[in-house]
Write a protein that binds this ligand. Structure first.
Ligand code: PMP
Length: 292
């Protein structure tokens, strides 16, 4: 925290801080993969770049610490022997009762690292609903960045889907087109083509989505980034979620209708395999940063 190693129970903020009052925080969830006895942080520079423009868009005045070095330090003191999630967060702390909604800094930095939970739907696939909550629009709260405040919208949709007996959900945006899941992006496959909402569909600029599109392209798979309407969802031959904690997870049912025969599809399995190889540094080594 702010350049110091702090015991978990002492990692605190003040109850009157801007982050508690107004959710003024941005963060990242960066995956690290433990493979052949080495920790391989995936696309580190790209995640940090996103953290940078998240800060810029929130008009934070900056921090005094080196996030990259902090990440390496926290990983090393734990000697993890498993896949991890690295969470740098920049937030506005402080105890001044005068702090207003317009406070811009100085930013505090907290970096936490913990074992990455295995996604339980990775093999079986998940069943999802189209949420009745609308993804907040770019002119309200930019979904493009990773701001903690955005997760209020995600949370409402996620809770609704669990309450209704589904594994997760898909939000439509204010224009009525598919945007994304509460913490993951969406893609479907029709006639061998990957179709996914484009970057201006009120989605996070997901690193995993970008990874999958690049891997698919070099594997000769066709891609369309365009609007998807709700009814087109039900025509999918295959569908999947992607994200740092979801990797590539098959979707086998939407709104109670099976996707194709209700089993994970072949192209989805192929993408899972390519993603596994890339995150383990077996292909596209330029995406790997080894923690020495
Ligand atoms: N959308 C949202 C709302 C998310 O929270 C995440 C997870 N970070 C994603 C998409 C997937 O993004 P990424 O691939 O960068 O993890």
């Amino acid at each position: 925290m702010n350049g110091k190693i702090v015991p978990w129970t002492e990692a605190r903020v003040h109850v009157f801080s801007p982050v508690v009052r107004y959710a003024t925080a941005v963060f990242e969830s960066i995956p690290g993969f433990f493979h052949t006895q080495r920790m391989n942080v995936f696309r580190l520079d790209d995640y940090l770049r996103r953290l940078n423009y998240s800060q810029k868009m929130m008009r934070f005045s900056g921090i005094d610490h080196d996030i990259r070095e902090g990440i390496f330090e926290v990983i090393k003191i734990h000697s993890f022997q498993e896949d991890i999630l690295i969470r740098p967060m920049i937030y506005l702390d402080g105890e001044s009762p005068g702090g207003s909604i317009g406070t811009t800094g100085p930013g505090s930095l907290a970096i936490t690292v913990f074992p990455m939970p295995q996604n339980r739907f990775i093999d079986s696939g998940c069943r999802i609903q189209v949420s009745s909550w609308t993804r907040m629009s770019d002119n309200s709260m930019p979904a493009r960045i990773k701001a903690t405040a955005n997760y209020q919208n995600s949370r409402l949709a996620d809770l609704q889907s669990k309450h209704d007996g589904y594994d997760s959900c898909l939000l439509l945006n204010s224009r009525g087109y598919v945007s994304e899941g509460p913490g993951q992006c969406f893609a479907m496959i029709r006639d061998g083509v990957i179709i996914t909402p484009d970057i201006n569909s009120d989605i996070l600029e997901s690193i995993t989505r970008d990874t999958i599109l690049k891997l698919a392209k070099s594997d000769g798979i066709m891609i369309e980034q365009r609007n998807i309407t709700r009814s087109e969802l039900y025509t999918a031959d295959e569908a999947f979620y992607c994200g740092s904690t979801w990797s590539v997870t098959p979707i086998v049912g939407i709104d109670g209708l099976p996707v194709s025969d209700g089993k994970p599809g072949k192209l989805t399995s192929r993408l899972q395999e390519l993603y596994r190889k890339a995150t383990r540094g077996e292909i596209n080594q330029e995406w790997s940063t080894l923690v020495q």
